[in-house]
Design a protein around this ligand. Structure first.
Ligand SMILES: Cc1cc2nc3c(=O)[nH]c(=O)nc-3n(C[C@H](O)[C@H](O)[C@H](O)COP(=O)(O)OP(=O)(O)OC[C@H]3O[C@@H](n4cnc5c(N)ncnc54)[C@H](O)[C@@H]3O)c2cc1C
Length: 399
């Protein structure tokens, strides 16, 4: 079996890919393998989803999107993409509070790694989960709900507790946004004010020239932090055609057609000709950290396609990179050359080290954060013999 992740930089070592069509088939796949991992849409850039055992994809499970309009929540099958989910909830006048840069990713895989968008008041996509249904190592199904002990460890869980079969997510009333791109953001623009002047604001930078992508519900004033309005649609990577991007130039549109940078019907970002890394730091260190990275810009640029700076509100999920702290997320889209990029990843990690960085679990990094003991206990409880373990979780758990 040759199966790779989306970017093609990781070849999964699994001997078999199961695609069960029922919970019974899933149970047989889980209990019949000594090592097994769930695979989402495969958009992570490292080996977090890999296993030397067997992989399980839930993409052939019965379709499940159950909207409870009264309670403003949706119960959704694990492998559903945000693109599909967004269309369904929007049709019922509801919305997810936030989305990542692309809607192509599965809900279970995204929340398992703490995937996020931007917005000073917007927490990670994982924070929208109010319940999840989990098949554990012995094939039993457990439901974990917000407010129960263990729940905060079970959402961002990197597949280490079992196979999530369905999740319940919070919804909000549907809303419209306008998306603007502003160029030539001055280095000395007040970071906190600028990032707060929209529902979701991203800065795209090569650590020399910076552009802001602003998603907000009101028109952007002509004068905005000394920036210049883009004279047409833009792609985050300078020079790339903007056809894969969501509507810009301030034209109002539904939340799910503005919050992601990329449209669901086109390949996102550099279409896989890329690697990615990201670290989250406490928001109060943003100005200092960005200054240090600009100082290292000459060493970063040779392997950089573009960097993106976003804000993520704190959550209470133990392994979330934004656990317990309002954060700034500093993302790097690298050229697709692991050998050339790795030393620069280490350089960025050294540069960010004074600011207590936490890596995005689905992207490339070399420095491991410590694992909370209570997560280790949760793994022992649901997977006592390490059926769902892989090299990635063993490094995390310090085994
Ligand atoms: C072009 C591009 C843009 C991106 N933009 C963003 C962004 O804006 N913000 C951001 O935060 N991240 C972003 N990412 C990273 C991405 O969101 C994460 O890698 C996310 O985990 C991808 O989801 P997936 O379904 O592909 O998960 P996979 O990579 O398939 O799996 C990730 C983890 O989830 C586990 N998992 C998957 N399904 C299940 C299940 N059913 N039960 C239990 N565990 C499961 C896997 O075992 C693995 O540990 C981007 C990635 C790409 C390629």
């Amino acid at each position: 079996m040759t199966l790779t992740n989306w970017a093609g930089n990781t070849s999964f070592r699994a001997s078999h890919l199961h695609r069960p069509t029922s919970l019974d088939e899933l149970r047989r796949a889980v209990t019949g393998a000594s090592r097994v991992r769930a695979l989402g849409s495969g958009h992570s850039f490292n080996d977090v989803a890999d296993t030397t055992g067997e992989l399980v994809s839930l993409d052939r499970m019965p379709y499940l999107v159950e909207v409870d309009s009264g309670a403003a929540r949706v119960r959704v099958g694990a492998s559903t993409t945000y693109a599909t989910l967004a269309r369904e909830v929007h049709a019922r006048g509801l919305a997810l509070a936030n989305l990542a840069s692309l809607p192509h990713i599965s809900v279970a895989g995204s929340v398992a790694t703490g995937t996020h968008g931007s917005g000073v008041a917007n927490a990670s996509l994982s924070a929208a989960v109010s319940a999840l249904e989990l098949m554990t190592a012995d094939g039993s199904l457990v439901t974990l709900r917000r407010g129960e002990a263990g729940f905060p460890g079970s959402v961002v869980s990197l597949g280490a507790l079992g196979v999530v079969t369905a999740l319940t997510l919070d919804l909000v009333p549907a809303f419209e946004l306008r998306q603007y791109v502003r160029e030539s953001v001055p280095d000395d623009a007040p970071f906190g004010e600028l990032m707060a002047d929209g529902y979701s604001v991203s800065l795209f930078t090569d650590w020399r020239d910076t552009r802001a992508w602003i998603k907000r519900d009101t028109e952007l004033p002509a004068e905005w932090f000394g920036t210049v309005a883009a004279d047409g649609p833009r792609h985050p990577v300078p020079g790339m055609p903007p056809g894969s991007c969501t509507g810009q130039l301030g034209v109002p549109g539904p939340w799910h057609e503005r919050l992601p940078h990329f449209r669901p019907d086109a390949p996102p970002s550099s279409a896989g000709d890329e690697l990615q890394s990201e670290w989250l730091i406490p928001r109060e260190h943003a100005a200092d950290a960005l200054r240090e990275l600009r100082g290292a810009g000459d060493l970063i640029r040779p392997v950089l396609q573009i960097a993106e700076v976003r804000t993520v509100a704190a959550d209470d999920l133990w392994l979330s990179p934004s656990y317990g702290r309002d954060s700034v997320a500093v993302h790097f889209t690298w050229i697709k050359d692991t050998a050339a990029v790795l030393p620069v990843i280490k350089l960025v990690e050294d540069t960010l080290a004074p600011f207590d960085p936490r890596p995005h679990w689905g992207k490339l990094f070399t420095r491991w954060p410590s694992c909370p003991d209570r997560f280790r206990e949760l793994v022992r409880r649901y997977d006592p013999h390490g059926r769902f373990g892989n090299d990635f979780t063993r490094l995390l758990l310090g085994e």
